[in-house]
Design a protein around this ligand. Structure first.
Ligand code: ASP
Length: 402
């Protein structure tokens, strides 16, 4: 029976059961931490394990699919500028919004949260560190931004080498499919992961954590909506020549799919079809959307802003303006490094927290309900990609008609 039940439902059930088990185990916190949490950690480890090959091969495969490099040039600049700008706006909305909700976030006294201010890296060092000085280390340390730089460099080299790289192209496409399949297998374990992550958190913090988790979720969803309504509607109307309502209608099937699969990459085919139905050119969608599913994650950026403020607040920390600026930068970069697969945004949250010296352990607070954040942020992510396809298509058409 379990086999037939959609994964999203299984995860939801696991969440409810995990909460109930956690409430029942409030007097057995040590046992929950010792025997249940490790299985959650195993799941998180597997997600972390798969994220490097997924980022590497999905970006490589995305780039080498753009053989016509001149075409990439003209569409590429517009796409990248659009993606960067919308992501920066998203993270700003996330941070401002989360600060408005902050009054409802708790300082957790019942848990054993302790915090020692850690130094965050200076901005220039962060920039320098994006560029790898070694071929293996970025992969083994899962330094996402370095992996992305590698993928971009190697991807474009493959295009430039041309015929001689034919085998590399085949190999990369096939490895991409293999890693996607592995990811799929790992994700089937999500119900177990969710149960084992939420149960110890609820056991340790009691029912009170549920109210605050509901508040962060609400904050995130309100801000997802704000971003979609303000930024995308404005963009498709002013630059895409499409009414926001038509856009929403055309986008609905992809949104529903994204919500239930929590995967931008998985939603790609249906998103492409939707955009073409709305009048976007095939040339444009086949570049803009795969790239977007790999590097453009506005929903993830909002989520990271909200969670950073929430986790800081749980530890009784007020983020400074400088820290918020650092979050804007790292979350924008993290958005590029986030693979369009379920749970990837949570992995990248670690990078954002580290950049401002917040304790990475805070992720355990939100990890159990990550799937619920993820469903919403994936909807925002793919809607951002689609709005870009509409805008760039319209601009290219206007340019051609001049
Ligand atoms: N699941 C998201 C996506 O596929 C990525 C994330 O975890 O934030 O777009």
């Amino acid at each position: 029976m379990l086999k037939k039940m959609p994964l999203a439902i299984q995860i939801l059930l696991a969440l409810i059961l995990g909460i109930i088990a956690g409430l029942l185990m409030q007097n057995h916190v040590d046992e929950a931490e010792a025997y249940i949490k490790p299985f959650g950690t195993i799941f998180l480890n597997l997600v972390k394990f798969i994220v490097v090959p997924i980022v590497l091969f999905s970006i490589l495969a995305g780039i080498i699919s753009l053989k016509d490099i001149k075409k990439v040039g003209s569409i590429g600049i517009k796409t990248i500028v659009y993606y960067m700008c919308t992501t920066v706006v998203a993270i700003i909305i996330g941070l401002i919004g989360a600060n408005l909700f902050k009054g409802f976030f708790p300082v957790l006294q019942t848990s054993e949260l302790t915090y020692e201010a850690a130094e965050s890296a200076p901005l220039m060092d962060t920039l320098v560190n994006i560029f790898p000085s070694n071929f293996i280390m970025p992969l083994s340390n899962a330094t996402m931004l370095q992996v992305i730089i590698m993928a971009i460099l190697i991807g474009f080299s493959i295009i430039l080498v041309g015929e001689e790289a034919e085998h590399a192209v085949k190999g990369i496409n096939s490895l991409n499919a293999v890693f996607m399949k592995s990811m799929d297998l790992i994700l089937r374990l999500s119900p177990i992961g969710v149960f084992c992550l939420i149960c110890p958190v609820v056991a340790a913090n009691g029912g009170m954590i549920l109210g605050s988790l509901a508040m962060v979720l609400l904050a995130a969803y309100v801000l997802y909506l704000v971003h979609m309504i303000i930024v995308y509607s404005f963009a498709v109307r002013t630059m895409g020549g499409l009414s926001p309502l038509d856009f929403l209608k055309g986008q609905l099937p992809a949104m529903i799919f994204a919500f239930s699969s929590a995967s931008s990459v998985g939603t790609l085919p249906i998103n492409m079809k939707g955009c073409e139905n709305m009048g976007a050119d095939k040339d444009v969608t086949s570049f803009v959307l795969p790239l977007g599913a790999t590097i453009n994650m506005d929903g993830t950026a909002i989520y990271q802003g909200v969670c950073a403020v929430f986790i800081a607040s749980c530890y009784g920390i007020n983020l400074t303006f400088g820290q918020m600026l650092t979050i804007v930068l790292t979350a924008t970069l993290a958005s590029i490094g986030t693979a369009g697969v379920p749970g990837a945004g949570m992995v990248m949250l670690a990078m954002v927290l580290t950049s401002v010296g917040l304790p990475v352990d805070g992720i355990a607070l939100v990890a159990g309900i990550d799937r619920i954040f993820d469903m919403g942020r994936t909807v925002v992510n793919i809607t951002g990609d689609a709005s870009c396809a509409i805008v760039v298509s319209n601009m290219e058409r206007k340019k051609a008609n001049k």
